[in-house]
Design a protein around this ligand. Structure first.
Ligand code: GLY
Ligand code: MN
Ligand code: MN
Length: 463
């Protein structure tokens, strides 16, 4: 069995265990960019997870007996001359190991037949625009046949819930691709760091001199991703020179890389449907200033504390809590937070004053999507009352317990915007350090450490 057949068999088993039914799943639509030009096509992750098929206009149906039906674009010589080869339904049966395959033109005719006499229908809720209406239309056609002996599914369920749980634990096939994606991205960060310092070393009047800018480093990243076979970046690359690093969703733009400034790069490639997500912050010319180094070492210590508690049995929030504690201690030690005003580490954790400098979480699931699917709370657990950051009591479910095979990022940071009471030496410094962790039997494996993270090692790489 292929890995996709195994996954589909697990879906069928889950449908059976839930009382029987059929799961239906479309791929992602194409998206026009402007006249006659589309955004690069990216398949739907769920459909790809179950088929490995990435053509647009595809649908998959799996019923609880294990029967799989695929709908795809029909062969069409004229369209294939313009847009490329299509697999076509005939070849899809053997190519994708499905039981039946039809042209997508037959979708509306065949789907009511597939839905007839099924106990339940499972499809992704709130992810594909218009899908609910489409399913309603097919169910309407089934109901119209009730007099002729057809039974209509009695209930509808969110297929994402089922698939998200499967996708949360990565299998060996996925882990191999994630490791490779992480290695490619790490190499791209190394290349960008080295380009930065070598561009800054070049004398301004020398032959071929270019004012070094953010987009030069972005170009290096893209080159490195692509030359190793990555199809595209997993998300829009952030290359943020100097104060731009304090803008969390900054995009690589035209700002100059200057000696004495830091550069923050948050970029990762997508390889064969799987993401990577790395952030490194380095001195543009290869040498940290004392103030930069002080904050850098705090963020790195925070990441190390988070890594230590990224292991089976710990909760998803434990790495965040461990990192935040170290960051807060550092903020008090260096005077970003005034001890007299803010008190102890515990006082600051309670008041949330640290959010002036650290306003995001320390990680997220990662896999096919850079912010991957999967519940962040423990399934089956009961909500319990807890105080939220604004002091309100809310009912919360306990955070997810980490298990081997989960993949998450570990990405603490400190971002210092100029403000009254904040030591000037730290103004406009933004630092984030991010690696991708695979939870293993005893701890975690960092899949992105092909790029150095210690300040001394970064300086050595860039000299
Ligand atoms: N690159 C997006 C993130 O770090 O979450
Ligand atoms: Mn991330
Ligand atoms: Mn990132």
């Amino acid at each position: 069995m292929t890995v996709y057949q195994k996954r589909r068999a697990l879906v069928a088993k889950a449908l059976k265990a839930a009382g029987g039914g059929i799961a239906i799943l479309p791929t992602a639509p194409e998206s026009p960019r402007n006249r006659d030009s589309d955004f690069p096509y990216r398949h739907d992750s769920y459909l790809f997870y179950l088929t490995g098929f990435s053509e647009p206009d595809s649908w998959l149906a799996i019923d609880s007996s294990g029967k799989t039906t695929l709908f795809c674009r029909p062969k069409d010589l004229e369209r294939e001359i313009w847009d490329g080869i299509r697999l076509g339904p005939k070849a899809a049966v053997a190519g994708l190991n499905v039981d039946a395959a039809f042209s997508v033109d037959e979708l509306d005719a065949k789907m009511p037949l597939l839905l007839s006499n099924q106990q339940a229908v499972w499809f992704p809720f709130a992810t594909h625009r218009g899908l609910e209406t489409q399913v309603d239309g097919w169910l309407g056609k089934v109901r119209a046949r009730i007099r002729f002996g057809a039974e209509c599914p009695q209930s509808q369920h969110d297929l994402c819930k089922l698939l998200d749980e499967m996708r949360l634990i990565k299998d060996v096939h996925e882990i191999a691709i994630l490791r490779r994606a992480g290695a490619i991205s790490a190499g791209a960060h190394v290349r960008a760091m080295q380009t930065s310092s070598s561009m800054l070393r070049k004398p301004p009047k020398s032959a071929g001199y270019l004012v070094p800018r953010e987009y030069h480093l972005e170009a290096e990243l893209l080159h490195e991703f692509r030359r190793h076979g990555s199809q595209y970046p997993a998300y829009t690359s952030i290359v943020a020179a100097g104060a731009n690093a304090c803008i969390l969703h900054y995009r690589a733009d035209t700002a100059e890389l200057k000696a004495g400034d830091l550069c923050l790069i948050d970029a990762g490639c997508e390889l064969d449907g799987y993401a990577s997500d790395i952030t490194r912050t380095f001195p543009a010319n290869g040498k940290f200033t004392p103030a930069q180094r002080t904050l850098y070492d705090i963020v790195l210590a925070a990441q190390e504390a988070a890594i230590k508690v990224t292991k089976p049995g710990k909760r998803f929030t434990d790495p965040h809590d461990a990192a935040t504690r170290v960051l807060v201690q550092g903020m008090l030690d260096v005077g970003l937070l005034d001890k007299k005003k803010h008190g102890s580490v515990d006082d600051v954790l309670l008041s949330g004053a640290y959010r002036q400098f650290y306003m995001h979480r320390t990680g997220h699931w990662m896999g096919m999507d850079v912010h991957d699917c999967g519940d962040y709370t423990e399934p089956g657990s009961k909500p319990r009352p807890e105080r939220d950051p604004l002091g309100e009591m809310v009912m919360k479910k306990p955070p997810r317990i980490l298990r081997a095979g989960m993949v998450l990022t570990i990405e603490p940071g400190i971002y210092v915007r100029p403000a009254k009471g904040v030591p000037k030496e730290f103004w406009n410094i933004g630092i984030r350090i991010e690696d991708d962790a695979l939870v293993t039997a005893k701890g975690c494996e960092l899949m992105t450490r092909g790029v150095p993270v210690k300040a001394d090692e970064i300086e050595a790489l860039m000299c």
